[in-house]
Design a protein around this ligand. Sequence first.
Ligand SMILES: Nc1ncnc2c1ncn2[C@@H]1O[C@H](COP(=O)(O)OP(=O)(O)OP(=O)(O)O)[C@@H](O)[C@H]1O
Ligand SMILES: [Mg+2]
Length: 250
Amino acid sequence: MLNIKNLKKKYSSKGGEYIALNNVSLDVKKGEFVSVMGPSGSGKTTLLNCISGFIKGDAGEILLDNQNILNLKEEDLANVRQNKLGFVFQDFMLINGLTVLENVYLPQIIANRTIEEMEKRTNKLLTSFRISDIQSKYPTEISGGQKQRTAVARALSNKPLVLLADEPTGNLDSKSSISVIEAFIDAKTNLDATIFMVTHDAFAASYSDRVIALKDGEIVRELARKGTPREFSNEILVFMNSINGVAYEA
Ligand SMILES: Nc1ncnc2c1ncn2[C@@H]1O[C@H](COP(=O)(O)OP(=O)(O)OP(=O)(O)O)[C@@H](O)[C@H]1O
Ligand SMILES: [Mg+2]
């Protein structure tokens, strides 16, 4: 589904060149939920932004369903973003002037879906994420958890090949974090969604199938989930503390 081969990215600034990604290779299978973790500055956001095309990788390949998106022209990239990628942002960015229903409709309208397609897809999403009963409310009138589920429903509205999320639980209390993770698990279980999530949060990562650890722009290890999320979370914490100066807390 998503195959990255020898991706390189360096930033040039007055201070000189900085290699942010050095030969990163990874594969994410359809229906997989993968987390990327690593210390601050390890290249996580750079990696995500290369996949979304917001920044250009310097070398390597980023294959999305076998199409190399690394060197696409801006208009083709816009098309890929609209039709093949879904985004969940740290602050969710729902449109306050639109209802829950309209927020989920919007990307589909932009993508020119037919009314029948939109209705079918939207009903399925509203049911899957348990937001049918609040579909006529505005984002300011719903709870934090409902907002996040709406944001995940919106991100999945065009059936993206991959859902990309940068620190989706970064600004949230633990109850709301659980709500986001539940939405991701629902997306994976009910909609066969493929999720690629950058996170600092070992709790959030412990619900994913696999954790890819980045350090100084290189993949240093992959941990596959074994056992319960709690057991996996402990394994992640031990590992992250071993590669990180700063202690990760349970
Ligand atoms: N536009 C830029 N110009 C120069 N250097 C940059 C630029 N953006 C990022 N970097 C550097 O590249 C490295 C990787 O940055 P990146 O934002 O990918 O890290 P990160 O893993 O997402 O960190 P955090 O956990 O703090 O969000 C850092 O050392 C950063 O200072
Ligand atoms: Mg970052």
